[in-house]
Write a protein that binds this ligand. Structure first.
Ligand code: COA
Length: 281
């Protein structure tokens, strides 16, 4: 399915592309032929990922920008557009998050996360969307969300609120901009270990083990699994997929919604006793 020229001739802007899942997507999309334009706050990781992509014979360039700053986003998009002649896809991956009791949060903490996730995604989408519409150029936007964008989650209320907003934006603009040949989709990942997420969201080895123990597949996601899904959704094979959010979590969120999921860990004796009881009655 993933032919080496799947994304040949395509130019993709990825925010937060210097580290974690952004980096994994950048590497994979480049491997499949795309030119990659990386945007993030810190120069060093961007430079390193771009060099790695170039060393594999692909094209990459970068610009630093804080996605909260619309002017900076405009400058970065301008640079990417002139670097590759145009940009045809955007991956809104940059995020901000931390674990905290909500009653202890300052308004500034809430605004920091909303600014990066919700406003940042809007800024990048607006900057590219306007260019695509003016140039009559097709576009694709892929928003990286989280499974709790639709369910909500305690202790990450700013992130849950912001990601829910991005989900609403995905569906709204999918309808509004379909006539301009711009499609928007989202991915809702479950836990995928990265240094950035783990340092903020997994406070201890015990917490990690407890999380794994409740996972139906008893494992976290692999970066290449998410990167391949992103490649598919950005590719022409997904041309008729628009306004969709694809969950990739190994069944973890489905597990939470089943009333009897807690029985997954029950020993065989539990089921045998149940069956004996049924035969007796
Ligand atoms: N718990 C509660 N509040 C926190 C916090 C935490 N763990 N971390 C930061 N804050 C608060 C700060 O105290 C500050 O509020 P205050 O001014 O009222 O004290 C506010 O959030 C902004 O923090 P600051 O560090 O000034 O903002 P920043 O713009 O430099 O950083 C963050 C933004 C907080 C989201 C930071 O974690 C970040 O840059 N994250 C990017 C990477 C990331 O989170 N990736 C997510 C992987 S899942």
């Amino acid at each position: 399915m993933f032919q080496p020229d799947l994304l040949k001739g395509r130019s993709i802007l990825i925010t937060g592309g210097g580290t974690g899942l952004g980096r994994a997507m950048a590497m994979r999309l480049a491997e499949l032929g795309a030119n990659i334009f990386l945007v993030a706050r810190r120069e060093a990781p961007l430079e390193a990922v771009a060099a790695e992509i170039r060393s594999q014979g692909r094209h990459a360039a970068w610009a630093t920008a804080d996605v909260r700053d619309f002017e900076a986003v405009e400058r970065a998009v301008e640079r990417g557009w002139s670097e590759f002649g145009s940009l045809d896809s955007l991956v809104n991956n940059a995020a901000g998050n931390f674990l905290a009791r909500t009653e202890r949060l300052s308004p500034h903490a809430f605004a920091a996360v909303l600014g990066i996730v919700l406003q940042g995604s809007f800024h990048c989408t607006l900057a590219l969307g306007r260019r695509w519409i003016d140039a009559d150029h097709p576009g694709r936007v892929l928003n990286i969300l989280t499974t709790y964008a639709s369910s909500g989650s305690p202790y990450v209320v700013p992130s849950a609120s912001a990601k829910a907003g991005v989900l609403a934006m995905t569906r709204s603009l999918a309808v509004e901009w379909a006539r301009y040949r711009i499609r928007l989709n989202a991915i809702a990942p479950g836990p995928f270990p990265t240094e950035g997420a783990w340092s903020r969201l997994v406070p201890s080895a015990e917490a990690e083990q407890a999380w794994l123990a409740q996972h139906p597949m008893r494992r976290f996601g692999r970066h290449e699994e998410l990167a391949d899904l992103a490649a598919f959704l950005l590719s022409d094979h997904a041309e008729y997929i628009n306004g969709e959010c694809v969950t990739i979590d190994g069944g973890l969120s489905a597990c939470g919604s089943g009333g009897f999921s807690h029985l997954v860990g029950a020993p065989a004796e539990f089921w045998e006793a149940l069956e004996r009881e049924r035969r007796r009655s």
